[in-house]
Design a protein around this ligand. Structure first.
Ligand SMILES: C=CC1=C(C)c2cc3[nH]c(cc4nc(cc5[nH]c(cc1n2)c(C)c5CCC(=O)O)C(CCC(=O)O)=C4C)c(C)c3C=C
Ligand SMILES: [Fe+2]
Length: 434
């Protein structure tokens, strides 16, 4: 392994990326290669999913059977953006995806974008990389792409890029759910990119540079920052808390459950279309949480709404977080311990035809709303094999009956087909175009 490969955590697997390592770039700029930078140079191999749960600085492999950022142990920070194409040319769309893929492979490996990076290019030209991640470790950055319904046909039914007949049957327009109050400016998009990292600046740098590369071909429709993961996707991770103060992500699909992932997450050959096999569908929902109202609600009412204890995260009537929920159990008052309209009952697979989701959402606080209330909530992200059998029926049931609805509003929405992983020499979604 060369010194350069050691720095970026790249194994000599024939998947080397071009570009300048952030450490090399600092050297070229004359800055001292200080301990912080040397810290990430110690990550000489791409980490495993298990070590990724605890090591927050190293790289996550970009190439593979599935896209990174789905089962990858959830990082602490999110920058999610959707893009609308401003071009009408298929060739320009393909060229954009190629450029984005090349850039994504570099930045996820902790390298600067382009041949010269942030500071070594010609003085007369804008730098190839904006530079704010120089000196920062890869911080487990993952970039995950998804294609929205409008990429295939626009609102008027036009086949914009000759892709209409490639639209997967499972990539449906989400129906209106009771209580939806969706802002079009925070919904939809031709393409979504989810950037997750343990360093917020690394995630922001990634989206900013992809937006910059897309200038002239695409524009940002909206973007959302998130902090504090609200789920775990590995048993090696502890369960975090959401802004209601509850453990969230206890009963989630986990990367260790490989058979379940085939059943519930990854698109299979028999599902089709061919270009989506090994991919998954992403549903995003910006869910505002009325936290001031919640904060005036008693502890026992809060626990009754969720159906779990606030301290332990255990199902009501049980002691341990991971105990199975007993939906029949009654208290001495003869009432069900987990009420018929409690969130975890209505969302549980046993009341949804076995449907499960891989949740990897984030808390958000976007300041306050002018009325003294925090504009805060959950940016809900859920991956699945078929939204018609998973998100849609679960959300329909929650929208109808969940007692949590008094405290939440769905204000943004999106659905995206996330293609399988990228192989060396290929680009994001290549099979969609063949
Ligand atoms: C349509 C899917 C779901 C939406 C939307 C949703 C919103 C939402 N959830 C919480 C808090 C919690 N959810 C919990 C469990 C849970 N939630 C969903 C689905 C949606 N949640 C599922 C499938 C499950 C698992 C149910 C089960 O099998 O037991 C929990 C409990 C802990 C856990 O298991 O994760 C909490 C807490 C909020 C605050 C929210 C919207 C803002
Ligand atoms: Fe939930």
């Amino acid at each position: 392994m060369s010194e350069d490969q050691k720095e970026t955590g790249q194994k000599n697997t024939g998947k080397q990326r071009a570009g300048i390592s952030r450490r090399g770039l600092i050297g070229a700029a004359g800055a001292a290669v200080a301990t912080g930078v040397a810290g990430y140079a110690a990550h000489s191999i791409v980490s495993t999913p298990e070590s990724q749960a605890t090591d927050t600085t190293g790289p996550v492999e970009f190439y593979g059977e599935h896209q990174a950022g789905i089962t990858t142990p959830v990082q602490d920070r999110l920058h999610f953006a959707t893009f609308d194409l401003t071009t009408t040319k298929r060739d320009e769309l393909i060229s954009l995806l190629k450029k984005w893929t090349a850039a994504a492979a570099l930045i996820t490996a902790g390298r600067d974008i382009g041949q010269y990076g942030a500071m070594n290019g010609p003085a007369q030209a804008p730098p190839e990389d904006t530079g704010e991640a120089v000196g920062l470790p890869p911080a487990r950055l993952t970039l995950t792409i998804g294609f929205g319904t409008s990429l295939f046909v626009d609102a008027k039914g036009n086949d914009r890029f000759g892709l209409a007949d490639r639209r997967p049957a499972a990539l449906v327009d989400l129906p209106h759910f009771i209580g939806d109050n969706l802002d079009p400016a925070r919904s939809g998009g031709d393409i979504a990119i989810q950037a997750c990292s343990d360093d917020p600046q690394v995630a922001v740098h990634a989206i900013r540079n992809l937006a910059r590369i897309g200038f002239g071909t695409t524009s940002v429709r909206y973007s959302q920052l998130g902090f504090g993961r609200t789920s775990s996707t590995s048993r090696a991770q502890t369960t975090p808390r959401n802004l209601f103060g509850f453990k969230d992500g206890t009963n989630n699909l986990k990367l260790e459950d490989t058979a379940k992932l085939e059943d519930q997450l990854w698109v299979q050959q028999e599902d089709g279309p061919e270009w989506m096999v090994g991919g998954a569908y992403l549903v995003s929902r910006r869910i505002r949480m009325m936290i001031e109202t919640w904060d005036r609600t008693s502890l026992s009412e809060q626990e009754g709404i969720v159906g779990r204890g606030k301290g332990t995260g255990a199902p009501l009537g049980k002691a341990d977080e991971f105990d199975a929920i007993d939906f029949e159990a009654k208290g001495s008052d003869g009432e069900l311990k987990v009420a018929t309209e409690a969130h975890v009952r209505l969302a549980h697979p046993s009341f949804n035809n076995g449907a499960e989701l891989l949740r990897r959402g984030y808390n958000f606080v976007d300041g306050s709303d002018g009325l003294g209330r925090l504009d805060a909530g959950l940016f809900f992200l859920a991956y699945q094999r078929d939204p018609r059998k998973q998100f849609i029926p679960v959300q329909r049931q929650l929208a109808r009956s969940d007692v949590m609805n008094e405290y939440i509003r769905h204000v943004g929405s999106g659905i995206f087909a996330c293609p399988p992983g990228v192989q060396t020499g290929s680009f994001w979604g290549e099979k969609l175009f063949v």
